[in-house]
Ligand binder design. Sequence first.
Ligand code: SAM
Ligand code: DTB
Ligand code: SF4
Length: 345
Amino acid sequence: MDGMSPDTSPRHDWSLAEIEALFNLPFMDLVARAHAVHAANHDPNAVQISTLLSIKTGGCPEDCAYCPQAQRYHTGVEAQKLMDVDDVLERARAARAAGASRFCMGAAWRGPKDRDIPKVAEMIREVKALGMETCATLGLLGEGHAQALKDAGLDYYNHNIDTSPDFYGEIIHTREFQDRLDTLEGIRAAGLKTCCGGIVGMGETRAQRAGLLQALANLPEHPQSVPINQLVPVPGTPLADADRIDPFEFVRTIAVARIVMPKSIVRLSAGRQQMSDEMQALCFFAGAGSIFMGEKLLTTGNPDVAHDHALFARLDLHPMQGGDEAQEGGTVHAAVLECLDAGTA
Ligand code: SAM
Ligand code: DTB
Ligand code: SF4
């Protein structure tokens, strides 16, 4: 197979040259091909909605160059301890009311300590009981952690490889690329769904963006969810002054991710506040099938919920109930239906 054929059966043997060839296609050809793959595998008018909550903020010992929560950078993020379960639940209910089908809990840890797991497990159990899908992103997992989270009802675990193996060492020094692969292995072994992607716009080359997608596509299983983040440059971090990536290059990255992992849900993740509505529409056309909705990501801003509801209405998009199952026909959440009705009235 040449990487150009319309065959969409998942492959795990992508060469860098094949992925670079996709990036190098004429823009219109690339986006058209990506849309064809998208429509063959997903409902192109459905977008899955997740909401993020930072359950433990700031004070992180790691040195990820993009991150406002690393203790060593002075970003103005105030460190907060692990939230109480009731407060988390209140936020999950609000997210559900705004139309989110999945609630993602993030912690600024290198990884959880054994003593953190029971409290996070309780959050997961309670959020799940609200009828939402659950996701957690807590860093590197130790022995037994993934299984304990799975037993509590966790659906997805988010752990990003963040960038290509050959650029990784310029961004993070406190943990190895292999550490991340090991955590991803533990997630799969516990039967959790994987959410794994990366960040673009950190000064990497196109070949390195291709390398990020190659590493993702050649994992033993394609992650069910692939978040593509555009760097949110935060003052105080080493990447505060990184040049913004060309918006069309970002769209190309979404399109290539769509083609190389045809069954995965590609998430148009961080950075939407810095994108025009038109650019987001192009990302959806090129194969993005999921977003974070809610005015905050973890510590940085995200578009207003009302603006996103209006965008869905303008683009005739409907929320999918969650994950792959939704391809068989998701349930549209009442709050969003109302908004869609209002938008078309
Ligand atoms: N501490 C855990 C970890 O690093 O695995 C979980 C939380 S961490 C904030 C989750 C992900 O957020 C990172 O892997 C990175 O992809 C993304 N992220 C963090 N800061 C970002 C930024 N400024 N712009 C875009 N994405 C960012
Ligand atoms: C992911 O890939 N992006 C989200 C989620 N997974 C955890 C996080 C984005 C964080 C953006 C910076 C912030 O808000 O602190
Ligand atoms: Fe810590 Fe995660 Fe931020 Fe890295 S990305 S500094 S591990 S919170």
